[in-house]
Write a protein that binds this ligand. Structure first.
Ligand SMILES: *Cc1c(COP(=O)(O)O)cnc(C)c1O
Length: 392
């Protein structure tokens, strides 16, 4: 008799993850406040949040949210096209368009939803999407969902990108991040913008890790490099430096009108609560202003300090400027071990493994915030030195 394997044997799948060192689990925290976190009566310094400006738990955030909740209450009750669009949503979108230097902008419930809604609304069978190899999962999934032909170029490889542009069919969309989420390095946006213009392609730049942190008023890397006007689709999240949640796409009026009519993650999802839109508008003002400038200078100086400490122990970081500093360790088991030892020593830096990064390039992903102190960074440097140095 033939032995049949149970197609629903999920235990085997889970065991496989465990043996490969790829098992993940949720670890609830009791308190998350600035850069300190608490759980089970212990306290850690958090070097893994994307709350780069330290706004998530700021007094300004609490005040504007409280004000918004008192004024607008809870949920929006329906999708944006039904009866879920409040004046506060429209005001936030106008402010985001002004911030990004585009004619219009549209907000979504998350950055992930922006990608899933936008790319399939614009691209379809017969078109070509060309992505950097290290693009975020949301961009990859969105490209797959669109039905367009997908081409991938090695990370930041301009010659390969150009070769793909030469043979691409239909409408062509080049997709990249500005600061890469797991590597902290920057895309050569000036050169990519030149190439896409030469071949008549469009360019989507995901500025999830640059907005708020880089550029004049925190407008991102494209603005810092003076190429923001060449970017056709500006994608960003409101969940990282903005310290809250949501995402946006900023572009021409026509693109935004098309998204309002076609982006399924926008159309078929309940509008984000009005108090979030209210709070995000005031946080955007803060980010653009002098307090934003001060927070940016703190986070970038903390990144420079961390980079210097890492280089003393032989870890090279991307040239920056960015708040993400990877320490690539190789095998998942090694990264898990180092992460656990840091946790013992009071630092929260979960390791990043496959499939988030390529196999064999498991890493610690250190992120700094405007709220860290020089002493905390120094202490992390000492612990890393002890942990990473060969034993014995
Ligand atoms: C976090 C992230 C997103 C998704 O944004 P959310 O608001 O968290 O859904 C998209 N792109 C990149 C590069 C990201 O790092």
């Amino acid at each position: 008799m033939q032995e049949r394997t149970d197609p629903w044997d999920i235990t085997a799948q889970l065991d496989e993850l465990r043996t490969q060192g790829l098992w993940r689990e949720l670890r609830p925290l009791d308190e998350l406040n600035g850069v300190t976190v608490r759980a089970d009566g212990r306290e850690w310094i958090n070097f893994s949040s994307n709350d780069y400006l330290g706004l998530a738990h700021s007094i300004e955030m609490k005040q504007t949210l409280a004000e918004g909740i008192v004024k607008y209450g809870g949920g929006s009750g329906a999708s944006r096209l039904v009866c879920g669009t409040h004046r506060a949503h429209a005001e936030l979108e106008e402010a985001l368009a002004d911030f990004k230097g585009t004619a219009a902008a549209l907000t979504f419930s998350s950055g992930f939803a922006v990608a899933l809604g936008t790319i399939p609304a614009l691209m379809g069978a017969g078109d070509t999407i060309i992505l950097d190899k290290l693009c975020h999962a949301s961009l990859v999934d969105a490209a797959r969902l669109s039905g367009a032909t997908i081409r991938v170029f090695p990370h930041n490889h301009l010659e390969k990108l150009e070769r793909l542009l030469q043979t691409a069919k239909g409408r062509v969309l080049v997709v990249t991040e500005s600061i890469f989420s797991m590597d902290g390095d920057a895309a050569p946006l000036r050169e990519i913008a030149e190439l896409k213009a030469r071949y008549g392609a469009w360019l989507l730049v995901d500025e999830a890790h640059a907005v708020g942190v880089l550029g004049p008023q925190g407008r991102g890397l494209a603005a810092a490099l003076g190429v923001d006007q060449q970017v056709d689709l500006h994608l960003g999240t409101l969940s990282k430096a903005f310290g809250l949640s949501g995402g946006y796409l900023a572009a021409s009026r026509q693109v935004i009108d098309l998204l309002i009519n076609r982006a399924r993650s926008f159309i078929y999802s309940t509008a984000p609560p009005v108090h979030l839109a209210h709070a995000l508008s005031s946080i955007l003002k803060l980010i653009r202003g002098e307090s934003g400038d001060a927070l940016r200078s703190h986070v970038l100086s903390h990144a420079a300090q961390t980079q210097a400490l890492l280089s003393e122990i032989g870890v090279t970081s991307p040239p920056g400027p960015a708040a993400i500093l990877p320490v690539i360790l190789g095998e998942a088991s090694r990264a898990l071990e180092v992460s656990a030892r840091l946790r013992e020593a009071g630092f929260l830096i979960p390791c990043i493994r496959y499939p988030t990064v390529a196999r064999g390039s498991a890493r610690l992903r250190i992120t700094v915030s405007a709220l860290h102190t020089a002493a905390q960074i120094q202490a992390l440097g000492s612990v890393l030195r002890e942990t990473l140095e060969p034993q014995g």
